[in-house]
Design a protein around this ligand. Structure first.
Ligand code: DON
Length: 304
């Protein structure tokens, strides 16, 4: 399989379509990014890297970091975690507040903001230096020091934090939040403001394509059974109210972020990260989704 040739074809075909969306503006600092950037990096299970376009440029990974924090917390709490957060698709926008009341303070899944805040809260209960330990963990997964927290992006989100703050206090009202809300938000905004390139991001997802073992960290990160469950959550919940469409068009477990990144895995074959900042109305990158759709079409395989 000539992955390099295939991703170059995908890149060219997506560029020819001249797809447009809108960069995220609710975190004002994210709006200052060049909207035309576009990169693809694919990493196979022998560690070979295939890349095209802006695949080496760091970008804001935003919600993609929720997969890393979930991995850390799931490993510690095991199945006890599911008493605090559910594993169902939400069918609602990622920052929905209304749903949390219907669900009596148990977020629908760990990737919507309410669920990710519960995960970060759990992480703060078990890790003494959470921000540093999340960075260290992602660096280890990528096999090198690559994560940088963009303080301007973090500050910008902190200045527009009303919704996430409301979610934190709402969770607290349902006794589903152990730590100080502002302290947990600080950690949450820090991991959302982490920047890395497509190639490092793809490497950091490699263990999910490899039954939980990272060839870059040279160790088992999670058990095979946990890796399968994280992949199942990405498939059903990784794109919020567009998860069904992503499964339909692409057919891979994946996770998006409002920085325009998407990371995905083809179990037992490869991990991939695609980035382009312009988003559709559901908050997912227009070009990244198109690229992954073309990729699985050209490969003639997906999870299905
Ligand atoms: O909490 C937020 O709204 C952002 N830091 C992350 C949201 C996000 O990336 C949603 N993904 N598509």
């Amino acid at each position: 399989m000539d992955y390099q040739q295939i991703i170059e074809e995908v890149y060219r075909e997506v560029q020819e379509e001249n797809l447009r969306g809108k960069v995220a503006t609710y975190i004002p600092e994210l709006a200052s990014v060049n909207p035309d950037q576009f990169g693809i990096a694919l990493v196979d299970l022998d560690g070979n890297v295939f890349g095209v376009g802006d695949y080496q440029l760091p970008f804001s990974i935003q919600s993609i970091s929720k997969v890393h924090t979930l991995t850390m917390v799931f490993h510690v709490f095991k199945s006890k975690l599911w008493a605090r957060v559910n594993v169902e698709p939400s069918g609602n926008p990622f920052n929905s507040i209304a749903q949390l009341e219907y669900e009596k303070g148990i977020p629908r899944n760990p990737f919507i903001n309410a669920g990710a805040l519960v995960i970060t809260d759990a992480l703060c209960s078990k890790f003494e230096r959470p921000i540093e330990q999340i960075s260290d963990f992602i660096n280890e997964l990528a096999g090198q020091t690559c994560v940088r927290i963009n303080q301007e992006v973090k500050q910008s989100e902190q200045n527009h934090a009303a919704r996430n703050t409301a979610l934190g206090y709402f969770l607290k009202a349902y006794q589903n939040f152990e730590n100080d809300v502002e302290e947990v938000l600080d950690v949450y905004f820090s991991h959302c403001a982490m920047e890395m390139s497509c190639v490092d991001l793809a490497k950091s997802f490699s263990f999910l394509a490899n039954d939980g073992y990272s060839i870059f960290a040279n160790r088992e990160i999670v058990s095979e059974s946990h890796a399968r469950r994280i992949n199942a959550l990405m498939l059903t919940c990784g794109f919020y109210d567009e998860a069904g469409e992503f499964a339909f068009r692409v057919g891979l477990p994946g996770k998006s972020g409002v920085g325009g990144g998407v990371a995905a895995v083809m179990p037992h074959k490869f991990s991939i990260a695609v980035w382009s900042p312009e988003l559709n109305e559901k908050g997912n990158s227009v070009k990244a989704i198109k690229a992954l759709e073309l990729l699985t079409d050209k490969l003639s395989f997906s999870l299905f």
